[in-house]
Design a protein around this ligand. Structure first.
Ligand SMILES: Cc1cc2nc3c(=O)[nH]c(=O)nc-3n(C[C@H](O)[C@H](O)[C@H](O)COP(=O)(O)OP(=O)(O)OC[C@H]3O[C@@H](n4cnc5c(N)ncnc54)[C@H](O)[C@@H]3O)c2cc1C
Length: 627
């Protein structure tokens, strides 16, 4: 076996991940841990300052309810999420996040985040729930608060340690095992409770950006399904694994469109000039009641554009020139004021990308795009797993203790595995929490995890033989490479192993072609999904043959194994749900309609660590009474 040093870390609470949810867990848990003399340890595969989906910065906080100003109520937010997710959401979780999110945003401001205010000192909204920010350093500010909280409570932070496997003792999580992405070290974390917040997954499906563009995606390439893998392997029940997210964005560099739709009031049209939201309005009747209520769910908006694409009316365009012209029109009689306004609008258009998707600005510059002169192409991206945004995949977690919810088995945000908590992208069916809501949910989970440790946290029982087996399994690709790499002249072509890139390409091809990716125009069917399952079985077999020349490749191997598990959970759940509920995310052509009678429910799955079998179950949707 590769000769890695083993580092053992004992802690009370282990936080896996360093993104928005993990920073929320850390900030809150450290506070309660200090009061109770407990230790909090956070482990991130990257560096906390710039890790996760907010690494590059953001231009808006997407969830702010505004309760103090009487702008909205938490019930309004529950109705909004219910509507956007076509009726399928955990309203107890959504409500719980909504009632905590404003205080989280106020903390962000206190920590130094610049939230735009108007001349009356009121927050500037991008849309009903969104606040505009100077967000280039958003992640650094939130990470700093988490780091300070952990330091103040005497905890520890491990950066550049990639967590692979959970440590389990029966139905209890007792820590995690991972390896350094820089040094020959394997880490064994032993914990009384663990909070998983390792984000969602990208590159499970073949991206639009292949070849020279590979690496560009809407979702950050560093989140690879670790949350789903960790919870699945621990034996946790999962929910909404079929609910992937497909954003429509500026094509090829995935630049955001929110500011264009909400702030600039721009139209999206087909190449023939028809505004698909208007031209295809009638289609929305087929998806009542959600298609007929406002706001129109994201997937249905996608779907109307996809119908244009299917009809050969592409490309689709954002009418940037028209939108800018309209906004500047009010100044047309004053040439100086007009020029100034145009400059201001151009600056805002570019800044929107420079804040959070710099590569879109590069692409526009490279292609001589001037948004004030000519429209720009938009397209539906490949599917992503991001339960905190407009997707919903994640673990099935216990509801808030003080709410009369049917989904409750103990501590808030604890999965069905004892001592394992989940937040952000890692917890399911509570979409639209975004950066602020993920942090708020992290705080909820962090507080509950410390309460669990105080009330129930026994010393973890860890089977040393199991740990050794996990270590050997994690390092096996390095050993395999060393054993066989000299048998061929080109090390990447070898009958005894496959490399991560070959493995990933195969996974992406399966998912793309059979599970409703870009190539399949987001359509799938029972026959296609069954074929995907056959091919995934071979891929799983071959995952035992992965080989890695160095630590870098070892990380890539495990990232792709984790992606494969996310892919499998997705395919199984799409197969289970015999209807089409989210056209625009995926369309099951053999069951093309929504079936409220039989499928107005959660589709849950669980992989049983003892038998290795998958179980699929339906769970009722509960609506908060009177909401
Ligand atoms: C392109 C894009 C634009 C967005 N725009 C907005 C916006 O404008 N406004 C807004 O409010 N929200 C926005 N969001 C949503 C917001 O970014 C997410 O909701 C939020 O980051 C989710 O928090 P998280 O902690 O679950 O995941 P992340 O913040 O992504 O954090 C995941 C963490 O897990 C770590 N990790 C991953 N795997 C492992 C592993 N195996 N071991 C250890 N650590 C691991 C990562 O390094 C990272 O630290 C956007 C998201 C995307 C992708």
């Amino acid at each position: 076996m590769a000769n890695f040093e083993t580092v053992e870390v004992k802690t009370d609470l282990l936080i896996v991940g360093g993104g928005f949810a993990a920073c929320g867990v850390a900030t809150e848990a450290a506070y309660w841990a200090k009061k109770n003399g407990l230790k909090v340890t956070l482990v991130d595969k990257a560096a906390l300052d710039r890790s996760g989906a907010v690494a590059m910065g953001l231009s808006a906080i997407n969830q702010y309810v505004g309760v103090k100003d009487g702008e909205n109520t938490c019930e309004d937010y529950v109705r909004y999420v219910r509507q956007d997710l076509m009726g399928i959401s955990r309203e107890d979780l959504v409500y719980n996040i909504a009632r905590h999110v404003d205080s989280t945003v106020h903390l962000f401001e206190k920590w130094g985040l610049k939230i735009w205010t108007d001349e009356n000192g009121k927050y500037v909204h991008e849309g009903r729930w969104q606040l505009m920010i100077n967000g280039e350093s958003y992640k650094i500010i939130i990470a700093e608060a988490a780091k300070n909280a952990i330091a103040d409570a005497g905890g520890e932070i491990y950066e550049r340690v990639f967590i692979v496997e959970p440590l389990v003792d029966g139905n209890k999580c007792v820590g995690a095992v991972g390896f350094s992405t820089r040094e020959e070290k394997i880490y064994v974390f032993k914990a009384k409770a663990t909070a998983i917040a390792a984000g969602g997954a990208v590159h499970v499906f073949r991206p639009r950006s292949v070849g020279e563009g590979f690496g560009r995606s809407w979702y950050p390439p560093f989140n690879t399904g670790s949350s789903a893998y960790f919870t699945l392997k621990a034996g946790a029940e999962m929910t909404c694994q079929e609910v992937r997210f497909i954003p429509v964005r500026f094509k090829d560099a995935y630049g955001p469109v929110g500011a264009w739709f909400l702030l600039f009031k721009s139209r999206a049209v087909s190449a023939e000039g028809g505004e698909y939201m208007a031209v295809r309005k009638e289609e929305l009747n087929n998806w009542a009641p959600y298609g007929l209520a406002k706001p129109i769910p994201a997937n249905l908006r996608n779907y109307l554009g996809m119908l244009d694409m299917d009809a050969g009316l592409g490309p689709l365009y954002m009418e940037t020139d028209e939108a800018i012209a309209k906004l500047a029109d009010a100044y047309k009689d004053d040439p100086k004021a007009f020029k100034k306004k145009m400059k201001e609008l151009e600056a805002e258009a570019w800044e929107d990308f420079l804040d959070m998707t710099i590569s879109q600005a590069h692409l526009w510059a490279a292609q001589n795009v001037k948004p004030e002169e000519k429209h720009s192409e938009i397209a539906a991206c490949e599917p992503y797993f991001i339960g905190s945004h407009s997707g919903a995949s994640g673990a099935w977690v216990s509801g808030p203790e003080d709410m009369d919810t049917p989904y409750k088995w103990g501590y808030a945000n604890m999965t069905t595995v004892e001592g394992l908590f989940a937040a952000g992208d890692a917890s399911g069916a509570s979409s639209h929490k975004f950066s602020s809501g993920s942090h708020a949910e992290g705080r909820i989970a962090g507080k509950a995890a410390i309460k669990y440790i105080v009330e129930k946290g026994a010393e973890p029982t860890i089977d040393a033989a199991k740990v050794d087996a996990i270590k050997a399994k994690i390092l096996a690709p390095l050993d395999r490479y060393q054993e066989f790499c000299k048998l061929t002249t080109a090390p990447e072509i070898n009958p005894n192993y496959l490399l991560w890139r070959q493995f990933m390409d195969r996974l992406q091809k399966i998912m793309d072609e059979y599970a409703g990716g870009v190539t399949a125009a987001f359509k799938t069917s029972k026959a296609n999904l069954e074929r995907a399952m056959e091919l995934l079985a071979f891929l799983k077999e071959d995952s035992e043959k992965l080989a890695a020349a160095d630590i870098y490749s070892l990380e890539r191997c495990w990232e792709n194994v984790q992606r494969m598990w996310q892919g499998e959970a997705h395919v199984r759940t799409m197969l289970f749900r015999e209807e089409t509920r989210w056209p625009g995310y995926y369309f099951r052509s053999d069951t093309p309609k929504m079936d409220e009678e039989n499928w107005h429910c959660f589709a849950n799955c669980r992989w049983d660590p003892a038998s290795g079998e998958w179980e699929m179950t339906k769970k009722d949707v509960w609506n908060i009474p009177g909401v």
